[in-house]
Design a protein around this ligand. Structure first.
Ligand code: FES
Ligand code: FES
Length: 160
């Protein structure tokens, strides 16, 4: 079966890139198979699990159900873009400290959802964290370590 290839212009983690991808690709497919950014995971591939969550213009977005064309000329941030050259994101450090990266497959999406939360709400309550992560399914040991890590990262960002 032949596919029409299309060149799309994406802004990912601060870089502007043009990439040729099959026209039916979603954003997660363009990221993983077009750009080699495999940090974003392709889980259920139908909008149910949150593993593919990235930030589009700062908002958590399910990249498995977003046609890649709809991401053109918008700012996309993947898990690879959360850290700076100087340091990992406080969330990444606190996930490490608290053992919150469990199976790891869901972690990139959880980190992106949590990063957007902290950008808009520096001092979220446990319920606000729970709500912000409600679209990111974790089926291993539960959410407690994840919530504690997000709270620790928020506190660190506030300078405590
Ligand atoms: S892979 Fe996108 S929601 Fe599951
Ligand atoms: S972190 Fe992946 S199932 Fe819990």
């Amino acid at each position: 079966m032949s596919h029409t290839t299309e060149v799309v212009r994406l802004h990912v983690n601060g870089d502007s890139v043009e990439v040729g991808v099959p026209a039916h690709f979603t954003l997660v497919e363009a990221l993983r198979y077009g750009l080699g950014l495999t940090g974003t995971k392709q889980g259920c591939d139908k909008g149910d699990c949150g593993a593919c969550t990235v930030l589009v213009d700062g908002r958590p977005t399910l990249s498995c159900i977003l046609p890649v064309q709809e991401a053109e000329d918008r700012q996309v941030t993947t898990v690879e873009g959360l850290a700076t050259p100087e340091a990992v994101h406080p969330l990444q450090d606190e996930f490490d400290r608290h053992g919150a990266a469990q199976c790891g497959f869901c972690t990139p999406g959880i980190l992106c959802s949590a990063a957007a939360l902290l950008d808009g709400n520096p001092e979220p309550t446990r319920d606000e964290i729970r709500e912000a992560l409600s679209g990111n399914l974790c089926r291993c040991t539960g959410y407690t370590k994840i919530f504690v890590a997000v709270e620790a990262a928020a506190a660190r960002r506030r300078g405590r």
